[in-house]
Ligand binder design. Structure first.
Ligand code: C2O
Ligand code: CU
Length: 480
């Protein structure tokens, strides 16, 4: 695979036309005033600050983020512990925090209009909940997320196992893409009609842990646990390993029953999805190992690892790791699917460019496609747009629901359920891995099943955030 450093995508090419890199342009220094000013604390302070996202010599970018960092600070706590964070809103508009993939009380789920009031500028909100399942999760704003997340309001949330797997290094790789204008600012036009009706707002500039050129030193033979998080608003990241050999041990935080080889295959991460990899560096000292991103059939380096000779470490692959210990959720529902009669409900994914809605129900009224487009609504679930009065399904705790999704659109969608993980059910009825987000391609039919966990109102939506805003969300009620 040819690896080119092509992380800038369209952005670098646009520079000369935008008049940058020529006379009259004053390069700004990376400045991170806010980061220095914010001490370690239990607050997550959302604010506007400036960060050097583009290469040195280009202007800094005004972003919105937590505690002056992009991504926000890594929260890392043991399984079973209680997470407490105060959101302090220093933004010019209301916000909230959703703890993506965590099973928690409904009131802590962070969805304005469904589980809490949005937190006004200058106000705060105290989040506190236990962390029942270990794994790789993340947190992000859930208010006007198609804009607030495109500006940077997200961070990793890692719940550690009591006995972590054997690895020399545990490293989060937080992927994101940005749409930058020629002057380094984040391009406006959030929720633009064209993006909303097509594949969402795709960026022109990719960062890993906030850096456009993520590099790190590793030792020959080092075993890494890589926790890869797709934090982009819409971009799907196909990934591959180069000069590293290893295994997939978890998706969306939940351990696989057995490690799966990651060698010679592409791992596709839709928006909000995560993968945990355990990999051994196989490159020789002086060479490079790479996490490769694939864009239109071309590989490029997402994260580069410069290999030094390690005296203490074994060389080459060490053999498959043990599976990660199963989480309580997985232990509680060992037979989620096997031989079980369960309630089934179909969900049609409809609309978008090329298959525009003729009509749909929005705000309790049937409206025609043009009227809906005038309100920025292009997508529907089974003929309904946005959050209807009645939930998509009402379940009692412990009840199992199977949702048969039919993607009758020309685009992929990343369907995310709040409150608990589900399993995909294949055509033969066999269960797949536990996940909280499922990527479904155009014209595919895919089924999921889950057991209603905690009482409350749980969002079910597309994590391509412009799609969510343009209609692709509904909710599931779990009665008390
Ligand atoms: Cu990661 Cu409803 O969100
Ligand atoms: Cu979608």
């Amino acid at each position: 695979m040819s690896i080119t450093r092509r992380k800038l995508l369209g952005w670098a090419a646009a520079l000369p036309a935008a008049g940058l890199g020529t006379a009259g342009f004053t390069p700004l220094r990376a400045q991170d005033r806010t980061a220095a000013a914010v001490a370690e604390s239990d607050d997550l302070r959302a604010s506007v600050f400036s960060r050097q996202l583009a290469p040195e010599g280009y202007p800094a970018t005004e972003v919105w983020g937590y505690n002056g960092a992009i991504p926000g600070p890594e929260i890392r706590q043991p399984q079973g512990s209680r997470l407490r964070r105060r959101l302090v809103n220093g933004l010019p508009e209301p916000s909230s925090i959703h703890w993506h993939g965590i099973r928690l009380e409904n009131g802590m789920d962070g969805v304005p209009g469904l589980t809490q009031e949005p937190v006004a500028p200058g106000e705060s909100f105290d989040y506190g909940f236990d962390l029942p399942d270990a794994g790789t999760y993340w947190y992000h704003t859930h208010n006007r997320s198609y804009e607030q997340m495109a500006r940077g309001l997200f961070g990793p949330l890692i719940v550690t196992e009591a006995e972590p797997p054997e690895a020399d290094t545990d490293l989060v790789l937080f992927l994101d893409d940005w749409r930058l204008g020629g002057d380094g600012t984040i391009a406006a036009g959030f929720g633009a009609a064209h993006d909303a009706a097509h594949a969402g707002r795709l960026g022109n500039f990719i960062t890993v842990n906030g850096a456009f050129d993520f590099r790190r030193k590793v030792q020959q033979g080092e075993r890494l646990r890589l926790r890869v998080i797709n934090g982009a608003t819409s971009r799907i990241f196909p990934l591959a390993l180069d000069a590293m050999a290893g295994w997939i041990v978890a998706f969306d935080g939940m351990p696989l029953a057995g490690p799966e080889s990651a060698d010679g295959r592409a791992i596709v991460l839709g928006p909000a999805q995560r993968v945990d990899l355990i990999v051994d560096v196989t490159a020789e000292a002086g060479e490079q190992a790479t996490l490769v991103g694939i864009e239109r059939g071309q590989g490029f380096a997402l994260a580069s690892f410069d290999v030094a000779s390690g005296k203490d470490l074994a060389r080459g692959p060490r053999g498959a790791p043990l599976p990660l210990p199963a989480n309580p959720l997985q232990l509680r529902h060992p037979a989620l699917v096997a031989g079980k009669e369960m309630r089934r409900q179909e969900m049609l994914l409809q609309g978008g460019a090329m298959r525009a809605l003729q009509s749909a129900s929005y705000q309790g009224r049937r409206q025609d496609g043009q009227a809906l487009a005038d309100q920025g609504k292009y997508w529907a679930f089974s003929d309904v747009i946005g959050l209807p009065e009645a939930p998509f399904a009402r379940l009692s705790p412990g009840e199992t629901l199977r949702i048969d999704m039919v993607n009758d659109t020309a685009f992929a969608h990343a369907m995310h359920l709040h409150g608990t993980h589900f399993r995909e059910i294949d055509a033969e009825g066999a269960p797949g891995p536990w996940r909280d987000t499922l990527l479904i391609d155009p014209d595919e039919r895919r089924s999921i099943a889950f057991v209603a966990d905690q009482p409350g109102n749980w969002l079910f939506h597309c994590h391509m955030l412009a799609h969510q805003e343009a209609g692709m969300k509904t909710w599931i009620e779990v009665t008390a």
